[in-house]
Design a binder for this molecule. Sequence first.
Ligand code: G3P
Ligand code: CA
Length: 334
Amino acid sequence: MMPRLMAFLVCLLTIAATAAGNSAPGKIIIAHRGASGYLPEHTLEAYSYAFALGADYIEPDLVLTKDKVFICLHDIHLEATTNVEEVFPDRHREDGKWYAADFTLDEIKRLSAHERVEERFPKTGPRLEVPTFEEFLQLIRGLNASTGRAAGIYPELKQPAWHRAAGLPVEEAFLEILARYGYTGPDAKIFVQCFEADCLLRMRNELKSELPQIQVMGSGEDAAAMLSEEGLKRIAEYAQGVGPAKPAIEKDPAAVARAHAAGLLVHVYTFRADSVPTMYKDFGEELRTFLHTFGVDGVWTDYPDQALSCVAPPPDPESRKANPGLISNLLEHK
Ligand code: G3P
Ligand code: CA
């Protein structure tokens, strides 16, 4: 075996042994765009179902409308998850996209939201609205009150630099609306996430936010740098955790221990029952590998019920180790 692969294998087994002591309850399941495996992403219906399924945290992605209202939407444009092309056929930009920032909230409320993955939920389903962030906050507050639960929220500010350049700075308005709903201080049941460090730094240093923050990242070279000892040390100055894409951890499982050593949580995205990488025998194996072999602290998933069933550590520490077949698959993947 090549030295690099051998080092990776040793690293994986070391992580497995370390994780055996790390698999205590406290891991969180984050409903990715709501329970988006079952209902169209970023709708109040998908958020409600995520709550009903028992998700610990529920994620809205946020962008601003032309009249500066936060709406729950993954993209800065509207056509992938709404019928904007039918309702406003001429309102696209030269690049052929319909930008949320070009529409007022009243206009966006005339649209019908649909699921991005057509195989999951038919576009011809019931008419669903694009919710505002305030409607999302009211929904979670109401459900927490009526059930006695304390589900958390995990909002993501999408493309703050783009918004700022468009005359729509997001940070101050975002913290203001959160404060109105009681999300202030380090113990609030929230993780604020962003891919752009500048945005998180601005909220922490200039706007003096004490809310828990998570630096999300992809799985390329940028993420590798952020997950280095030095990179993690920098992130720990303004965030409580990191949120890498799955391959970043598959390539470098020791990053979890490095992050923990820097005092950072590790939440990983995105786990999808209808899109399990072939190296795992099923969705359960993929989830358990991350939660109990790699020892991450939380996962974003479109299927919160299925992820919740994998949170409890396997009773036998031996079984927390990755099986040899999986190890060789991960090595190939690497
Ligand atoms: O924000 C982290 C997670 O939600 C995955 O990213 O692209 O689905 O917003 P994305
Ligand atoms: Ca997100």
